[in-house]
Write a protein that binds this ligand. Structure first.
Ligand code: NAD
Ligand code: UDP
Length: 321
């Protein structure tokens, strides 16, 4: 019997590449699409040559054409780290809006179920803690992070409109800070930043006084939550993340301990609109998907550190993507 076909956008990125692996393991034929603006073919090079995988080098903000049937579309293409989306703000807005519209149109034409990668950033700098899905958020539309946050909010609105107006089957996952192998060492996110600094013998740069919080989820847990959501019949947003919250100052200390570095913490200004606290309320994911994270931060960090340690000196010292 022919395999069911799934389109994954952002396939050469951190999360997209793990999704490709998961869907291949589940017996799907995977079409990965990416324009490589922040991703790397290295993340999916192990899939080239397989007869159940193909790759399209394409910008999804332009018309998307895929021949043949599609069972599912997972839209993960988008710059995701603050320094990436500050560097390419217009592309960020376009991939969340035009790109999402193109893919919804494709899903409608193929009668495919579409899942979009939304984010905890739709809650902005939240005034409700922990964040539940029915919180509308506190976003500055014209601040530096607005290009990402508003693109994602528009993406959710467009996806719900296709669901209610066209009856399209849609799923919305609100992803909280996720980490693991294949993150880009120089993407500016806090975990690769700290581990990269420790490996290069540099001091760890904590922004602000380090009292802001995040809650870090290991990638395998996230992928399991996404897979369950896709298979569920639930069309409203679902938070997927690990509620284990930590301050960034404490996190820096954890990385110093993990890496055994002699370096210390140095303080830099807090970027504008940097959220002061973030923790997912995962009651909905527990009830609807029977999902909760399984990997502790200690275990996940060890695996991720081993991955970063295995990179070449050249990768360790590359500043630009
Ligand atoms: P990433 O940068 O590693 O991957 C994104 C991929 O999308 C890259 O390979 C990039 O080249 C590709 N891309 C960007 N614009 C594109 C376009 N116009 N056309 C085709 N490809 C394009 O980031 P990631 O962490 O893997 O994030 C993937 C998705 O998950 C994003 O939509 C992001 O907003 C969302 N998300 C991630 C996190 C997280 O913690 N990693 C949290 C919340 C939401
Ligand atoms: N951060 C930091 N030092 C760094 C990079 C980031 O202190 O070198 C802080 C950043 O200001 C934020 C937190 O770590 O408060 C998480 O940042 P990241 O970019 O990983 O994710 P996001 O802000 O999108 O949650």
């Amino acid at each position: 019997m022919a395999k069911e076909r799934v389109l994954i956008t952002g396939a050469a990125g951190f999360l997209g590449s793990h999704l490709c692996d998961r869907f291949i393991a589940e017996g799907f034929y995977v079409i990965g699409m990416d324009n490589l603006i922040t991703g790397s073919l290295k993340n999916i090079e192990h899939l080239f040559g397989r007869d159940d995988f193909e790759f399209y080098h394409h910008d999804v903000s332009k018309f998307v054409h895929v021949p043949g049937e599609l069972k599912y579309i997972l839209h993960f293409a988008s710059p995701a780290s603050p320094i990436d989306y500050l560097k390419i703000p217009i592309q960020t807005l376009k991939v969340g809006s035009l790109g999402t519209h193109n893919l919804l149109g494709l899903a409608k034409a193929k009668k495919a179920r579409m899942l979009i990668a939304s984010t905890s950033e739709v809650y902005g700098d939240p005034l409700v803690h922990p964040q539940t899905e029915d919180y509308y958020g506190n976003v500055n539309p014209i601040g530096p992070r607005g290009v990402y946050d508003e693109a994602k909010r528009f993406q959710e609105a467009m996806t719900m409109a296709y669901h209610t107006y066209h009856g399209l089957e849609t799923r919305i996952v609100r992803i909280f800070n996720t980490y693991g192998p294949r993150m880009r060492l120089n993407d500016g996110r806090v975990l690769p930043a700290f581990i990269g600094q420790a490996l290069r013998g540099e001091d760890l740069t904590v922004f602000g006084d380090g009292s802001q919080t995040r809650s870090f989820c290991y990638v395998d847990d996230l992928i399991e939550g996404i897979y369950r959501l896709l298979k569920s019949d639930y069309a409203y947003p679902v938070n997927v993340g690990n509620p284990d919250e930590i301050t960034i100052g404490e996190f820096a200390e954890e990385i110093i301990k993990l890496t055994g570095t002699d370096q210390k913490v140095v303080y830099k200004p807090l970027p504008k609109d940097d959220p002061m606290q973030r923790q997912p309320d995962i009651t909905r994911a527990r009830e609807i998907l029977g999902w909760e994270p399984k990997v502790s931060r200690a275990e996940g960090l060890k695996i991720t550190y081993d991955y970063f340690r295995s990179l070449s000196k050249e990768e360790l010292y590359t500043k630009e993507h």
